[in-house]
Design a protein around this ligand. Structure first.
Ligand code: 2F8
Ligand code: CA
Length: 328
């Protein structure tokens, strides 16, 4: 319909079939008489009814298809539910079977929990230790920085140390020299002290040339009272020193016999070397005059100066004692 003045018409398709309620090209309104206008109203009503009917049919067919799909879905869901119920019942029996296993598992879980608690405590301890370690690391880091500063000073310190070592070596040298000088001075002081008391020093020994005469035995007693003995003679040098210092005086020496006719021996226990000593006797001596000459003396100013004489005559005498440096 185009305007209110035009006659109603209907041309539509149902199930791909063309249904025409009015000719496609109706006659123009101007050509139709008034008597024909009522049938056109009927035609509109019919068309409307037809449309309702067709729409109803279409809706029914659509609803039917939808219902069929829905029913099919319900069936499928029912089957799925049935399957799930079956699974649940199967699971239920399995649950019953596994209940014992669950108890064991529960016990194990409890044990694991206990272990976990222990692990937690240990973790706490470890965390505490870690905190302490961290604080110590911080302290060490600060110390390390200080060490770096000190390290930077090492080369200079090494140079100072080298200088100090060199100085120390010099000081040690001087100290040794001083010690030697001190030792030497002390020795010289000891010797001077002995010299001031009338002793003479010769190659490590002190000798005392007496100013009074005594028998051999009394002379030996005098010497021992001064930590010495009548002198022994063990070398040509010593013999030369003694006879020259004696200066022609007759002095007892420490040579005597064991018993009246025994072998010669030294009073200070120095071993007597008869062969080496033979050169010191005055030629013809010892002659043991009167079989009573058991003690020896230095009689003349000569390397060969010894004579045996009676021990009971009084003569000057020579004491001898080794020089022993004092400890300090
Ligand atoms: O001629 C050597 C002889 O001279 C003296 O005796 C006369 C000596 N006596 C004394 O010195 C006491 C002897 O010993 C000595 O052998
Ligand atoms: Ca003699």
């Amino acid at each position: 319909m185009t305007t209110g003045e035009e006659l109603p018409c209907a041309h539509f398709t149902v199930d791909k079939q063309n249904i025409a309620l009015w000719p496609r090209e109706p006659p123009t309104k101007r050509d139709q008489p008034l008597a024909l206008r009522k049938p056109s109203t009927i035609c509109v009503v019919l068309t409307f009814l037809t449309l309702v009917l067709v729409t109803s049919i279409l809706l029914q067919s659509i609803l039917y298809s939808w219902l069929l799909g829905t029913i099919s879905n319900v069936r499928t869901n029912a089957q799925l539910l049935k399957g799930r119920v079956d699974n649940i019942s199967t699971g239920s029996s399995e649950i019953k079977r596994n209940r014992g296993g669950l108890k064991v598992a529960s016990t194990q879980i409890q044990k694991v929990n206990v272990s976990l608690n222990q692990v937690r405590s240990q973790l706490l301890i470890l965390e505490t230790g870690l905190e302490k370690a961290n604080s110590q690391i911080q302290v060490l880091t600060r110390s390390w920085a200080e060490v770096d500063v000190l390290n930077a000073q090492i080369p200079e310190l090494k140079r100072d140390l080298d200088k100090a070592s060199a100085l120390n070596a010099k000081v040690r040298g001087l100290q040794n020299s001083l010690e030697n000088m001190d030792k030497s001075l002390r020795q010289q002081n000891d010797i001077l002290q002995m010299l001031s008391q009338g002793w003479k020093y010769f190659k490590g020994n002190f000798y005392y040339f007496s100013h009074v005469s005594k028998t051999w035995y009394s002379a030996q007693q005098f010497c021992t009272s001064r930590n010495s003995h009548l002198t022994s003679v063990t070398s040509e040098n010593e013999q030369e020193f003694l006879y020259k210092t004696a200066g022609g005086g007759v002095y007892w020496i420490g040579l005597t016999k064991a018993g009246s006719e025994g072998d010669w021996y030294w009073a200070d226990n120095t071993p007597f070397n008869k062969v080496q000593s033979a050169r010191f006797w005055i030629p013809g001596e010892p002659n043991n005059v009167g079989s009573n000459e058991h003690c020896a003396n230095i009689k003349i100013t000569s390397l060969r100066s010894w004579n045996d004489a009676s021990c009971d005559i009084s003569l000057l005498f020579i004491c001898k004692k080794p020089y022993i440096p004092s400890e300090s």
